[in-house]
Design a protein around this ligand. Sequence first.
Ligand code: SF4
Length: 341
Amino acid sequence: MPERVILVSPRGFCAGVVRAIGSVERALAMFGPPVYVRRAIVHNAHVAARLTAAGAVFVDELDQVPRGGVVVFGAHGVAASVREQSRAQELRVVDATCPLVAKVHREVRGYRRRGYDVVLVGHAGHDEVVGILGQAIGVQLAEHVSDVAGLRLDGADRVACVTQTTLRSQEVAPIVDALRRRFPTLNEPTAKDICYATRNRQAAVEWLARRVDVLLVVGDPTSSNSRRLHEAASQAGCRAYLIGSAAELEDSWLADATVVGVSAGASSPDDLVSELTQRLCRDGALLQEEVFMEERVAFRPARVVANPTGPATLGDGNRGVHGAVGRRRRALVATHPRTRA
Ligand code: SF4
């Protein structure tokens, strides 16, 4: 076991995930079970298990939801065809699409309206990517640099690029470079397509990786931003492991490690992080929390977007954003006394 454990922040739940989970809880409180959730509300099996126990029913497609039922769309967003289907089935929809994903949706639709070909940089099959591709006809995916040569686009002068929100800028840059070489007038993605939570957690992990022997990222293997955090730590030269919960910890990972760092993906609940730090500190290791950067972002609650049985609302809109990302600050905010198990 290590001598010191450093818990870095920002880590764990982002504003979009808080809003999505809160949307399911509020829908359960307002309408009662069952509340249907299309696909993963967020990519974390522990979160899904808790919501299932409370009465949420996870479905792959809306065909599995009875007419007039209550359904929540998760933080990753949905294709336009899914919204159309929800109207056809007269579903009461709580749209918990993260406002930062919805921003990319609007960018795509705006480009297509103005006659641009749109290329999305992202990972094939991820729910967010499926939703973005489904915003308009003719949006194409580039997952790797090698995909750029095979894109079939109408003209070279009106091409725009957007990205999945949970990537690393290091993986996006070579693909955008290849696009720019093929389409010199490319409308490039804005830096903010990769969301604030992804960028902040990656920067914190890269900073932490230089100070520890081993870095543990709490996250689900299906979570894109958790996997990118793990990659960021590994590429910063640190022995890094992606871990779902404390139960998965292997003592061999900690061999010769004096200082262990801990972070968590944007869909990982903090109680899983606490379980892990308690296990790491059970032999008396010192637990420190380091704030790499303050983060103050919150989104307004989602609202019901269709309700055939009468007016009802879960909040006051999808687009509102409260607060701002705080300035970068590094400070030791808590040092817990050594404890012996
Ligand atoms: S990771 Fe970013 S885009 Fe995804 S839900 Fe969180 S804030 Fe929104």
